[in-house]
Design a protein around this ligand. Sequence first.
Ligand code: GLC
Length: 733
Amino acid sequence: MFKTETIEKRIDELLEKMTLEEKIGQLYQSGISPVGGFEISIQEAEQLLEAGRIGRKEYERLVNAASFDEREDMIRKGTVGSFIGVQNPEHANHLQRIAVEESRLGIPLIFGLDVVHGHRTVFPSPIAEACTFNDELFEKSAEIAAREASEDGINWTFAPMVDVSRDPRWGRVVEGPGEDTYLASRFAAAKVRGFQGDDLSVEDRICACVKHFAAYGACEGGRDYNTVDMSEAKLREVYLPPFAAAVKAGAATLMPAFNDINGSPCTTNKWLLNDYLRDELGFDGFLISDAHGIQECVFHGTAETPADAAEQAIKAGCDMDMGCEYYTDCLPQLLEEGRVSMDEIDRAVRNILRIKMACGLFEHPYVQKPEKSSKLCAEHRDVARDIADRSIVLLKNDGVLPLKADQKVLVVGYFGDKRNEMLGAWVISGREEDAISLTDALKEENIDFDFVPCIDSSITSMTLDKEQLEDALRNTKADTVIALVGESSFTTGEAQSKSKLELIGGQTEMLRMIKAAGKKLVTLLINGRPLAIPQEAEMSDAMVECWQLGIEAGHAMYDVIYGKYNPSGRLSMTFPQNSGSCPMYYNHMNTGRPASDGPWASKYRDCPYTPVFPFGWGLSYTEYDYSNLTVKTECDKLVISADITNIGNMEGEETVQVYIHRRRASHTRPVRELKAYKKVYLQPGETEKVTVELSRNELGYYNNEPRYITEESMFDIFVAHDSTGGLHSEIYF
Ligand code: GLC
């Protein structure tokens, strides 16, 4: 990917000149503060000090000199190679000028930031965007994010997050593409293309950093940072493919995950970071630890001292240290003691310099202010609205939707006017004032509505004001109520695992009171993970999954519930009956006693064994008919085709999903596996033939050795609207 004779020669020449201190400096990324690069309060600094996450020296610096960056001397001495958290061009150029013009060798800095789903133009959270099943949009939003971030001096984003996860108790499902490996792999490749383009040195492109490598989404119990234990076969089948797809698409960097895999922390896992990633996949970019990830190996217990952690990490292939200075503090001594070789240090420096050169940072280190900023421009907002429209999933509709523009409605719920709740998790540069709430959009469209929040603004209790609701229901002339319920975006994302997926506070009671008052109930879910909402779905006349849709949230919710856009989203994750049913996912094994209505079956006796809403689910205001399924073999490929007809009276977009089930294998196989999806846009009455080809290699699996097996088998083939139904055929292949 990035290795060329010219670049490697340039690196050799530079390495020759570098002192040990300058080499180790390239391996250190500093933050403006020690916690992932964000300004922190004195209280947080004190907590960090007490927790041993920072030393007294760092604490003093934070407390006394947060307003300016003491690290300027470090830059002059060449003992820092990168910053996280710088997000304005003047600050970036100020620090860069010191590096390029005042340090001995003038090696430029590389600036990183978490630009996960947009920079100033904030797009839907990834779990929502994945519901579009639209690779072009995955790529487009990343391209726009790169254009806006690069204006602010950012050359590198810690995204895409491509952790497959089957357990919504894990708060970070919001940051990723959901439960399916195939969808996550297409998402990963599209994001790398969008962020990086074909040439990293082009001004408005930035390096991707694919994370968290690997299997972080399989943390036991859905509990963040928890241990991960699985066979290599499962690791290779479910969790590694999105990273392989990203590397194949040319990813410049990766970030090892906090968790261990089978007892070996990813940060110091040589098989993962070197043997699999570099020797098997041919990756030639660089790896940066997650925040303090090297230090955390001491907490994991696999490293007794900071020196052990530094030695294990550099030997495993973790090139850059985000934030804990273990390389800075320990590598000189480790080299002296012969525990680490100069070659191992040079290898890490070489990987980092290779990407800095590929970015053209040596030739154009400074960010040029564009004549006209692209941030929040009309084109970007239009794309954000389009993606938000398509991320919405119509879960249930008894006909109450779409609403008519002239009908009066009552809007209730905490989220109705909360712009800041529309942005989602991991939003650093997005601003509340840029976002549109539902009530903003209804006002713009002159809809006749009343808004009564009824729920207090405490995001951890969400207490219902019954009197306020009773008054509103008694006094309104509206026969339809739009109720917004869910979870605050501030309780989703990192370190936000939950043991309960049910709605908190009085939200369910609010829905119940609305129904008891004889009103039509349109429930909009505002959430960052699948919630356990069987009873709420039951009592709603319509239910719409609105996730965290970004700055255009209100416009998109209006577009869908008023029929300006025919909903086309399909769920990227399964909605379980309750927390106790987790993990629940579509591509599960059949077991020897498949779940059924009978007594002796693999299920819980106190709740249904089917999900409330399955992976791939989503309704439309029209209807699609699937017919004429044919499956045949041609030149050692499976050729699958079917006719899709819009049999309703509204144009719309359908996501045709192709699943297989392998009947013969020496290893248990999922009841279904998504192997392809295609979008079709159909006018009423229109039919389109959708054809998909699958190679033998795409139908293989890993046995316990693990070895990849592509033996012949009878296959079930499904061409479907979601992961439960569809046309079925079988073929021996
Ligand atoms: C965090 C996250 C990671 C993020 C990093 C820098 O702890 O795990 O996803 O990129 O710190 O902010």
